[in-house]
Ligand binder design. Structure first.
Ligand SMILES: Cc1cc2nc3c(=O)[nH]c(=O)nc-3n(C[C@H](O)[C@H](O)[C@H](O)COP(=O)(O)OP(=O)(O)OC[C@H]3O[C@@H](n4cnc5c(N)ncnc54)[C@H](O)[C@@H]3O)c2cc1C
Length: 542
């Protein structure tokens, strides 16, 4: 049987970071198992193509949640990357960390924001350069999105008319207001953890990256994780872990893999016919994501991204992007973003509001031959502090059978009320002077959707999620937690989880940067390094 010091399962946002950091010591051997394959594809590299990339079955697990009983009995797709870089290779590339108070509220030693900021900074090479809030010289380049002159000034003026200020940096002290987020893009290319962390480490002789290798079981010897069984080309193989096995398989697959390995809630294991080796009731519980509701307006002027989607122009833009990494395909058509409170009196923003100058249904078009979606300005609002909790449960011992995922979207009335307020805010925003002048009328859902009952029905019928699933192997010391604050699985030696699943409560923002930070910290914990000194985030916000 092959063996190595550390086996990492999953080369996603977290797994690539960990593979790089652990293998930096040439005296340590690391195996990185990834179920998917290569990320070498223009749809992955091209920033504007992320939605197309995320829809491609060869890059994704194709999992679905539901039926969602509080959301029209719908099945809701839950796209997750299945390739090198994992979801960081197909995501929307927004670089957002969540608020310091989110981490402080976890109440766990070593996980206050002051403790974590050094890890955010360590991973980063931010276009602003080094500061209290940002790192420079880290592996992951984080770029700036230039304001779109046809949309940003008017939308910012609308936000200001509603009393919000402009936010130059959503990772700094003040984040309630409107502005543009940073993106993990550089020179017109996506920056994933595969390109930022794995590529520079690939030649290391002590790191073995095994693709098309789906881990099927963590092998236990008594109460110790001794290795991993995996499937490659239909063949069952095993690898022995001399020191540790680390699960970085994401918020759906990490809990599924623990369950399939016999670690989880007795009832779930019994129902799936899985022999129980270690009862841990929280595995797969506590699933959280940001519920999201969309709307769209007809643009007054034909100046949206739609104009670049005419087939002949698209072809030229693709050549330009390929040759020089510039042009409309090199940037996101994001017009503005805001973090705001859906009602006064909240201590932090509960809403992330995004506007893009393109239709969610956009596709290449050509006059008389193929219709496009038309010039639209679209918006989405995400609920940042949902109260509803879902679950992920293995339904079979066969790892090729997808787990059952239930978001329990809108189960709690508080979530529904907040989303109704958010939806009304989107309408108020586009009825405000400068924003109203950009549009001629609402096309999704349309003005006929009105009144409490109408808006509730629309939200229940149309809400989706921000693709920020987390929480299913929650960190903590309570009976429902799965890992301790050192990310060790309770009751099992030599086994940790380090990915978005360990968040006890989802942070108020997108989850890629947090997953990367979790892996940065995990590397220090695993290698027994002294943590960097905390950075006090109170005071001077410069
Ligand atoms: C479409 C989309 C858009 C998003 N947009 C943004 C955004 O703009 N900004 C942002 O911050 N966040 C965004 N996110 C969320 C963010 O990308 C994820 O939260 C983050 O990537 C999760 O990291 P992770 O390491 O937990 O899991 P992942 O990155 O999903 O990695 C898990 C890896 O494990 C592999 N794996 C799973 N099971 C096995 C197994 N049994 N054996 C071997 N390998 C396995 C998977 O193939 C995958 O490579 C988006 C997500 C999606 C899907």
């Amino acid at each position: 049987m092959e063996s190595c010091d550390y086996v990492i399962i999953g080369a996603g946002s977290a797994g690539c970071v960990l593979a790089n950091r652990l293998s930096a010591d040439p005296g340590v051997t690391v195996h990185l198992l990834e179920a998917g394959g290569s990320d070498a594809h223009d749809l992955i590299r091209m920033p504007v193509a992320w939605m197309r990339a995320s829809e491609k079955p060869e890059f994704s697990w194709g999992q679905v949640a539901g039926p969602e009983i509080h959301a029209g009995e719908r099945l809701i797709p839950q796209t997750r990357g299945r390739l090198l870089g994992g979801s960081s290779s197909i995501n929307g590339m927004m670089y957002i960390r969540g608020r310091p108070e989110d981490y402080d509220a976890w109440g766990l030693p070593g996980w206050r924001y002051a403790d974590l900021l050094p890890y955010f900074r360590r991973s980063e090479d931010n276009w602003r350069g080094e500061s209290r809030w940002h790192g420079s010289g880290g592996p992951m380049r984080v770029g700036r999105l230039a304001p779109d002159p046809d949309h940003y000034p008017a939308l910012l003026a609308a936000a200001q008319a509603l009393g919000y200020r402009e936010i130059p940096d959503f990772s700094a002290a003040e984040a309630e207001g409107f502005g543009l987020p940073d993106f993990t893009t550089w020179s017109g290319q996506r920056v994933s953890t595969a390109t930022a962390f794995l590529k520079p480490a690939r030649q290391r002789r002590n790191l073995r990256i095994v693709t098309a290798a789906q881990a099927t079981r963590v092998l236990l010897e008594g109460r110790r994780a001794a290795g991993v069984e995996y499937l490659q080309d239909g063949e069952k193989k095993t690898i022995r872990a001399i020191r540790e096995v680390i699960l970085c398989a994401g918020a759906f697959n990490s809990p599924q893999l623990l369950q399939i390995s016999g670690i989880g809630p007795a009832k779930v294991l019994h129902a799936a016919g899985i022999p129980r080796l270690h009862e841990l009731p929280g595995v797969g519980a506590n699933l959280q994501d940001h519920p999201m509701i969309l709307a769209a307006w007809q643009a007054r002027e034909p100046r949206t991204f739609e104009r670049h989607l005419r087939l002949d122009r698209l072809l030229l833009a693709a050549i330009r992007w390929k040759l020089f990494g510039t042009g409309p395909l090199a940037v996101q058509p994001m017009s503005i973003q805001g973090f705001l409170k859906s009602e006064p009196g909240l201590d932090r923003p509960d809403t992330q509001f995004q506007v893009i100058h393109v239709s969610y249904m956009a596709r290449p078009w050509f006059p008389w031959l193929r219709p496009g979606a038309g010039h639209q300005i679209s918006s989405g609002a995400l609920l940042l502090n949902p109260e509803s909790r879902g679950s992920v449960n293995a339904v079979s011992i066969d790892p090729r059978v997808a787990p059952s995922i239930h978001l329990n979207l809108l189960e709690k009335e508080a979530d529904l009320w907040a989303m109704m307020r958010m939806f009304r805010f989107m309408r108020r925003f586009f009825a405000t002077g400068p924003a109203a002048e950009l549009v001629t009328g609402e096309v999704v859902p349309g003005p006929e959707v009105d009144g409490d009952a109408g808006i509730e029905a629309y939200i229940r019928a149309a809400a989706i999620t921000g693709m920020h699933s987390s929480g299913t192997c929650a960190m903590g010391n309570d009976p429902m937690s799965v890992v301790d604050p050192e990310l060790k699985v309770h009751g099992i030696d030599g086994l940790r989880v380090a990915d978005a699943s360990i968040m006890p409560r989802i942070v108020r923002g997108n989850t890629n940067a947090p997953a990367i930070m979790i892996a940065e910290k995990a590397a220090d914990l695993i290698l027994g390094k002294t943590p960097p000194p905390p950075v006090d985030t109170n005071g001077d916000p410069s």
